[in-house]
Each structure stands twice: as C-alpha cells, then as structure tokens.
Design a protein around this ligand. Structure first.
Ligand code: DC
Length: 227
C-alpha cells in the first residue's frame, strides 16, 4: 500500500456525503476522483435517449459494449463525457436518478463497468466512490471507508441540494424515494450495497464535509497524506 498508486474506496448509501467528500479528499491529496455512479447514470441516459427497453438485459449489455464514458476532474466539478458529448448536467435529472437501478441491476453491465473502473485505478492513485467499490471493484483497496448517515439527514441534504438548483420537492416523497433507492441498492443480486468487513465506517450525520475529510485523512499513512 505504499507507493504512488494506491486506492481509496468509499461506499455508502445516497446522501451520505460520498461525492463531496471523495472529491474534496482527492483534491487535497492531488489524485484522481472517480465517481462510479456517474458511469451508471450516463449509461441510463443513453438508454433513455435511444429508447432502449430498460427491462431488456441483453440490449442493455449490448448498449454498454458500444458506449464510451470518460470522466474528467475539473476545478468546478467533474465532467462526464458520453460518446464524446458532455452530459455532466443531464445525468443528474430526477428521471435518470430514478431509473438508474434498471441499469445497475444487470450483471453483464456491472461486469463492464467494473472493468472500466479497474482500468482507471490501475494507472493512477484514485479516490473511487460508489456502492460496490470495497467489496467488488477493489477488494484489495489500500483504504476502505463506508460513509453513512441517518435517513432524515440524508433527505435533508438532498432537499438542500435540489433547492440550490431551484427545484422544490415534497419532503415526504423525496424521503420515500431515497428509501426505495437504498432498498434497491442493498437487495440487488450483483454488487449490492454492503459494508466490506475491513471497511472503516464513518457516521456523517453530525459531521461537516471538512470534518469527514479530516477523519479519513487521519487514517491514511503519512506517505499518502501529502500531495
Ligand atoms: O452515487 P449515485 O447516486 O450517483 O449513483 C447512481 C445510482 O447508480 C445509484 O442508485 C446506484 C448505482 N450505483 C451502483 O449500482 N454502483 C456503483 N458503484 C455506483 C452507483
């Protein structure tokens, strides 16, 4: 785990703070940030745009085979390029959010995604964030963290995030949607959300982003703490 190529795996449910924490951590360490959820979202967007039947697993695997997704780190956020087109904004729509589970539950699609993610992690040090990172993608990761928070706090964060974009939502239905998404993530047959036995769990309910990053940094070896 010493050396320049090391992997920091971060898993957890939606709204636990993974993306913001992982991005900030990568920035502080001067290493690449890989948002695996963005990959599943991008493929979902393509399936929706191409009118692919989301129940047709074979068609979805075929679609994944014919797709190129590139993720880039920029100072103002990550850029998601789907077959050469910037989809960074459109993959965050409510429709894509609620339909990604169709894509994420297909074993053949996950296999392709995992391959892509491993390729990226082989080349460089990364902070990689998702649901199955410490368990499936990088079971040998140098560090594994599982971020969690109460459902109430996760819904509150999601509502704030949407309000910042000018989107008003019904609190009850958002909470129900989040719960439903968690449930789907935890119960799918392949790559379900679960805590790797050797992961360090951090409850972020009462922590700020900076505090969570600080807690994670404390677990890193000194050689990895310096950019
Ligand atoms: O982290 P996110 O909300 O952007 O992820 C979008 C969806 O993708 C989420 O509902 C679960 C799925 N996902 C997954 O199945 N495996 C991952 N490694 C990352 C995300």
């Amino acid at each position: 785990m010493t050396g320049n190529i090391y992997t920091i795996a971060i898993d957890g449910p939606a709204g636990a703070g993974k993306s913001t924490v992982a991005r900030e951590l990568a920035r502080r360490l001067g290493i690449f940030y890989l948002d695996t959820g963005a990959m599943y979202r991008a493929l979902t967007l393509k399936a929706l745009r191409n009118g692919v039947n989301l129940e047709d697993e074979q068609a979805l695997v075929e679609l994944a085979r014919q797709t190129q997704i590139n993720l880039g780190n920029h100072t103002d956020g990550i850029k998601v390029i789907l077959d050469g087109i910037d989809v960074s904004e459109s993959i965050r729509s409510l429709d894509v959010t609620n339909k990604t589970f169709y894509i994420a539950r297909v074993p053949g699609v996950r296999k392709i995604m995992v391959q892509w993610q491993r390729e990226i992690g082989k080349r460089q040090a990364i902070v990689i964030e998702g649901r199955d990172i410490g368990t499936v993608v990088f079971p040998q990761a140098s560090y594994k963290f599982y971020l969690d928070a109460s459902l109430q706090e996760r819904s509150r964060r999601r509502i704030l995030e949407l309000q910042e974009k000018g989107i008003e939502v019904n609190q009850q239905s958002l909470r129900a949607e989040l719960k439903d998404r968690d449930n789907k993530d935890r119960t799918r047959k392949v790559g379900p959300l679960c805590i790797a036995p050797d992961a360090i769990t951090i409850d972020t309910t009462h922590l700020t982003i900076a505090e969570t990053v600080f807690v994670i940094m404390r677990h890193l070896q000194p050689v990895h703490r310096i950019a």
